[in-house]
Design a protein around this ligand. Structure first.
Ligand SMILES: *Cc1c(COP(=O)(O)O)cnc(C)c1O
Length: 224
């Protein structure tokens, strides 16, 4: 078996320099997170606010970590999420975006966020459909306290490799199309948060700038 450090260095060899490696540490104990930190990881992704808060307290000595929220964000946890995370990848509705914008203004945060899109319909996932996103983009552009940095997507389970590639390619094309419009802030969207343990190589080939890797670094979890 490879150590976490060996896994990380092997994966780094597959990543272009401009792709950010986010270690997804849901259900991963802080001891293993310290190994990942020692191996150079500075970006950690968590999908539950409470779990992240407990870990951040235990890792408070590691002051240069960037924390990424990647899970479904309930509105009653939004304020706490802004306190704990510099990035929120999973903004999945205009309502949530506007709530975060308001909270960010009141509490003087400037969170970096991605808009989660569903390129293919997927009952198991939240996020914008493409037509709904186009309707909401003018209002998102007015969320001045958010730094809307890019798009995030998760392909539905059960797709084959070329279907997964198509989801990632269409997400990339959507980002490019958004960049061509004359929106003040959305023009700056650059990031594509796509790729997990099973599909990150495909995602990189489609222009991913941030991969979110869990199992491939830390081994299997008890459940999703
Ligand atoms: C769990 C999770 C990941 C990591 O998945 P792995 O298959 O363990 O790499 C990435 N993104 C999101 C949104 C997740 O919930």
């Amino acid at each position: 078996m490879m150590t976490i450090a060996e896994e990380i260095s092997q994966i780094r060899q597959n990543l272009p320099n401009n792709v950010r490696l986010i270690a997804v540490t849901k259900q991963v104990p802080v001891e293993a997170m310290r190994f990942a930190y020692a191996a150079g990881i500075r970006d950690f992704g968590e999908s539950r606010v409470q779990e992240a808060q407990a870990k951040q307290e235990q890792l408070a000595d590691l002051t240069d970590i960037t924390w990424h929220f990647i899970g479904r964000l309930q509105s009653n946890k939004a304020k706490k999420a802004l306190e704990l995370f510099q990035w929120i990848h999973s903004v999945d509705s205009l309502k949530l975006a506007q709530q975060l914008d308001k909270l960010a203004q009141e509490n003087h945060y400037r969170p970096q966020v991605c808009l989660q899109v569903k390129i293919e319909s997927d009952p198991q996932k939240t996020g914008w459909t493409v037509p709904q996103l186009w309707l909401d983009l003018p209002n998102l552009d007015r969320c001045e306290n958010l730094q809307i940095c890019g798009l995030m997507t998760i392909p539905p389970v059960g797709l084959n490799e070329s279907e997964v590639k198509s989801v990632f390619d269409r997400t990339n094309a959507l980002l490019k199309e958004i960049q061509t419009k004359n929106w003040t802030s959305l023009q700056q969207m650059q990031q594509l948060s796509m790729g997990m343990s099973g599909d990150y190589k495909i995602a990189i080939a489609s222009g991913s700038t941030m991969v979110r890797l869990g199992r491939i670094l830390f081994g299997p979890r008890r459940s999703q």
